[in-house]
Ligand binder design. Structure first.
Ligand SMILES: Cc1cc2nc3c(=O)[nH]c(=O)nc-3n(C[C@H](O)[C@H](O)[C@H](O)COP(=O)(O)OP(=O)(O)OC[C@H]3O[C@@H](n4cnc5c(N)ncnc54)[C@H](O)[C@@H]3O)c2cc1C
Length: 315
């Protein structure tokens, strides 16, 4: 089949890997400027200096055997490395969190910077409407977006699938990225669940980074929800204060600070794996169908590939 995939995060790309291996032709569209989705990396130029921050997923676990084989292959390609500071089974992308997704995207026809507006279906097949025009027809369509965004595309074609997506309510996450003039006097490289901080990490100390004193501070989901419409400046001040309250004095000066609001950060997850409607040839994958982790999103993409393979074998 000639298949279109909306969303080139890790789930969409895992589905692409699986379908390509089964002999299908896949084309992906993603509204992001570059690879990563919720595993993306923010890059900032400060004069002549370049800073980077993993402002989405902080690390990923490796518990499933199939995912372990994938991560070992990434490690061999230099795009992932264990990060013991976060736990025994914690890994990060190298030199940035989006590296595994970038690596996967290189193997497929991925069009970044393309915002999907609608999916339509006729006797010729599926067509994708983007802000700047239409693509298609395709034999099958896959929606690999966060649940809240997937619901709109699925709702026009399969109400049951759309209902599952609407039932998944993600928690938001305010994230603040900070660069200091010198080392923050705090012994640990990561902090979990302290005050309004859900997680904070010395980002520059992750493997494969340049060692600069950069921090990523993420607020609790409940605090993020309560402060969803606050200004980025106010959130930055609150999260910086919370981080500094954990450090000894004197703290070094701040030379860069910015905040990012993830509206749909952490999904509650469901036990469905992936969805496939063989009659319509419409599918869905993503973390919301399995659980709020990189590993689950990858597994969901492969699960969809397996469902499509099983349906073809049964036909
Ligand atoms: C702040 C934060 C912290 C996290 N921390 C961790 C962690 O420590 N460990 C962990 O395992 N997981 C963590 N996660 C969760 C993890 O990042 C996700 O589970 C995983 O990346 C989801 O992958 P996905 O492919 O399902 O979705 P996404 O990565 O969201 O991919 C969906 C893609 O769809 C694209 N898109 C959306 N709408 C459109 C449209 N209309 N048209 C075209 N493209 C579109 C987006 O640009 C995106 O690239 C975190 C997430 C966030 C946000």
């Amino acid at each position: 089949m000639n298949i279109v995939i909306l969303g080139a995060g890790i789930a969409g790309l895992a589905a692409a890997d699986s379908l390509h291996a089964a002999g299908h032709q896949v084309t992906l569209f993603d509204k992001g400027r570059g690879p990563g989705g919720r595993m993306s990396t923010r890059r900032v130029e400060l004069g002549a200096e370049k800073l980077q921050f993993d402002h989405g997923a902080q690390y990923f676990t490796v518990r499933d055997e199939r995912f372990r084989r994938q991560v070992n292959a990434w490690q061999a390609s230099g795009v992932a490395s264990p990060w013991r500071a976060a736990g025994e089974d914690a890994w990060v992308g190298t030199p940035a969190m989006n590296a595994p997704v970038r690596h996967m995207a290189a193997a497929h026809a991925v069009h970044f910077g393309h915002h999907a507006m609608a999916l339509t279906r006729s006797a010729q097949g599926w067509r994708l409407r983007l802000q700047e025009g239409e693509h298609g027809p395709y034999d099958a369509a896959i929606v690999a977006l966060p649940a809240e965004q997937a619901a709109a595309f699925l709702g026009a074609h399969d109400l049951q699938m759309a209902g599952y997506a609407m039932a998944a309510r993600s928690q938001p996450c305010w994230t603040t990225m900070i660069a200091f003039e010198g080392r923050l006097p705090l012994a640990a490289d990561c902090i979990r669940q302290q005050g309004i901080i859900g997680w904070a990490a010395r980002d520059g100390a992750k493997p494969g980074r340049d060692g600069g004193e950069t921090w990523v501070v993420q607020a609790h989901g409940s605090w993020s929800a309560q402060h969803l419409e606050d200004s980025a400046e106010a959130v930055g001040t609150a999260l910086l204060d919370a981080l500094l309250s954990r450090a000894e004095r004197p703290a070094p000066a701040v030379r860069y600070i910015a905040s990012h609001r993830w509206r749909f950060a952490m999904t509650p997850g469901a036990d469905m794996g992936a969805l496939w409607n063989e009659q319509l040839r419409l599918g869905a994958c993503g973390d919301w169908l399995q659980g709020p982790r990189v590993e689950f999103a990858w597994l969901s993409g492969h699960r969809l590939g397996a469902l499509i393979g099983a349906a073809a074998a049964a036909a």
